[in-house]
Write a protein that binds this ligand. Structure first.
Ligand SMILES: Nc1ncnc2c1ncn2[C@@H]1O[C@H](COP(=O)(O)OP(=O)(O)OP(=O)(O)O)[C@@H](O)[C@H]1O
Length: 261
């Protein structure tokens, strides 16, 4: 077993849209960070939502297999997914507010989420939650645990969301534009937190971003998507210094600071 995830000949369509990702083949190694870039509508979100089986009802996986640690998770039923999702593969969304309940304090949500997956006492879950918040540089963990989501900044909420994902020690984190709702300084902090996950927890990460600069900064490998297809898949050095596709060259040209890479 040398790959954490392998995607084989994956094609997905939406009703009325036709195939929006077409014959995708890719893999993710252990501890690898992959950046997926591409224009709006190129199928990036559809690809990672297919991996974690969170597609809209109007979608259909036409063909393909998704192998996670040698098991074909495309064939998993609801119960198998309940065990896999969050425990082994977790997703971080663009807007963390969308999955934090606005009327429940962070601590209660966090403890419930841990205890839904692990048979431990409330007191133990509180200790675990606070330790992970502190690892995410949310140092005043008591205040965070006592806060409602609206009392936290966007960057703090995203850190809480990452901490909640991390509590389950997933092997793979899928991050869909996790920084695009944040200001530039906070974006950089979150990107660095994600990199430290790999360094400290051996987590593999697929990050979807519009920003090839972010992908270049944090990824080992960059995948470029265009109109539902992978048009480039190589080490970040290769993609940045020797892009094969005109489309990639255009993406790179839009980021002046990468020219001297
Ligand atoms: N729920 C849906 N129902 C129908 N079509 C959809 C749905 N979600 C996405 N699509 C279509 O599928 C295509 C790919 O969308 P997707 O969101 O995967 O692209 P993306 O690269 O992630 O775009 P963005 O960068 O804007 O998020 C687009 O043409 C989009 O309109």
């Amino acid at each position: 077993m040398c790959k954490l995830l392998e995607i084989k000949s994956l094609t997905v369509r939406y009703d009325g849209e036709g195939d929006v990702i077409k014959n995708i083949n890719m893999d993710v190694g252990y501890k690898e960070i992959i950046g997926i870039v591409g224009e709006s509508g190129s199928g990036k979100t559809t690809l990672i939502r297919t991996i974690i089986n969170l597609l809209a009802p109007s979608s259909e996986v036409v063909s393909g297999d998704i192998i996670f640690e040698d098991k074909n998770i495309r064939k998993y039923n609801k119960e198998a997914w309940r065990k896999l999702r969050n425990n082994e593969i977790a997703m971080i969304f663009q807007n963390p507010g969308a999955y934090l309940n606005p009327i429940i304090k962070i601590g209660k949500q966090f403890v419930e989420s841990i205890r839904n997956h692990r048979d431990i006492s409330k007191a133990e879950a509180i200790i675990q939650a606070k330790a992970i918040l502190e690892k995410m540089h949310l140092d005043d963990s008591d205040r965070i645990m006592n806060a409602y989501p609206f009392q936290l900044s966007g960057g703090m909420k995203q850190r809480v969301a990452i901490a909640m994902a991390l509590a389950m020690k997933p092997k793979l984190i899928l991050a869909d534009e996790p920084t695009s709702a944040l200001d530039v300084k906070t974006q950089a902090q979150i990107v660095n937190e994600l990199i430290s996950l790999r360094n400290n927890f051996d987590t593999s990460i697929i990050i979807v971003t519009h920003n090839i600069g972010v992908a270049a900064y944090m990824s080992d490998r960059i995948i470029v998507m265009n109109q539902g297809e992978i048009v480039e898949n190589d080490t970040k050095k290769e993609v940045i210094t020797q892009p094969k596709m005109e489309y990639t060259k255009q993406l790179l040209a839009a980021i002046p600071e990468l020219k001297g890479f």
